[in-house]
Design a protein around this ligand. Structure first.
Ligand SMILES: [Ca+2]
Ligand SMILES: [Ca+2]
Length: 299
């Protein structure tokens, strides 16, 4: 049984998925063999111990005989949130990652797209997650899309004085209507209506978050529901489930052979159904966006 906070009809889970380098003691020995070699170690302290004490008292860079170098790491993008942009004109998104603060520009290969860096900020790392997997910095970006938006992906590259990042895909546009997931939609009674075909830009925004969508079919159809998350860098390990109007699980998908993203293809009779998106490990946060594409073919 999964955790969720909604107090109405509970959403059941269909199954349980689941040395300091010895400070160059060569130098210490050098000191010992020079300044101290003629002194017997008979003063209650050995030559090596005295050398070690001297080493500890010196500024580290002097002790190690080298200038402390400031490590400059190249930028790394973890994920875009939301995972997609779809409207012509300007859209604000967040780009999470590490070593982003000196970003001078964002490059992309998407024709006609322009990107402006609005701001940079430190980003909190949710509990049970690490900075490496979730990112601890974020850039707010203003994306401008041309009037005609072709469905596809935009590869984004952050450029800093340390160099460019590895590209990260931002999903662009869609072949059908794109809607934004609206909270609260964590229970059957607060399910967000879905008109098929549709693309939903959503997010499992916190641990235990469950997104419930209501689907109404007036004729028998084969429904195809696809989650795109891990493939675009999201930390979401999606778990997708279709329930009947009475809360009976009809179909479920966790991983596919080559991805953690879920896919369901199911023939359904006319009626009311619920489609539920959640994380297989009940995790969530700002690095857990997803896109869900729902299409239907008449029988
Ligand atoms: Ca949500
Ligand atoms: Ca999964």
């Amino acid at each position: 049984m999964c955790r969720h906070t909604n107090k109405d009809m509970p959403v059941p889970r269909p199954f349980v998925a689941q040395p300091i380098l010895a400070p160059s003691f060569a130098e210490a020995k050098g000191v010992a063999s020079g300044a101290f070699t003629n002194r017997p170690a008979t003063h209650g302290i050995s030559v090596c111990t005295l050398a070690a004490i001297i080493m500890l008292c010196l500024p580290s860079e002097m002790a190690f005989g080298q200038q402390a170098a400031t490590e400059v790491k190249p930028p790394r993008i973890v994920v875009c949130n939301p995972l997609d942009v779809f409207q012509p004109g300007k859209t604000k998104i967040f780009l999470r990652g590490r070593s982003l603060k000196d970003a001078s520009e964002i490059q992309t290969d998407y024709p006609g797209m322009s990107i402006r860096i609005v701001s940079h900020a430190a980003a909190a790392v949710p509990g049970r997650q690490t900075a490496d997997e979730t990112g601890d910095e974020q850039l707010e970006l203003e994306i401008t899309l041309p009037e005609t938006v072709a469905a596809g992906k935009a590869n984004l590259v952050v450029v800093t004085p340390a160099g460019p990042s590895v590209p990260r895909a931002l999903l662009v546009g869609g072949d059908t209507n794109v809607v934004t997931e609206n909270e609260p939609n964590e229970g059957f009674r607060t399910a967000q209506p879905l008109t098929v075909p549709a693309i939903v830009s959503g997010s499992i925004h916190a641990d235990g978050n469950v997104d419930v969508f209501a689907l109404q079919l007036t004729a028998a159809k084969t429904i195809r529901i696809q989650i795109q998350a891990a493939e675009a860098g999201s930390n979401l390990d999606s778990l997708l489930t279709v329930y009947s109007a009475t809360g009976k699980p009809i179909a479920a998908s966790d991983d596919q052979p080559l991805t953690r993203d879920s896919l369901i293809e199911q023939t359904l009779d006319p009626g009311s159904y619920f489609v539920i998106v959640q994380d297989a490990n009940d995790r969530g946060g700002p690095a857990h966006p997803y896109r869900m594409t729902v299409t239907a073919n008449a029988q």
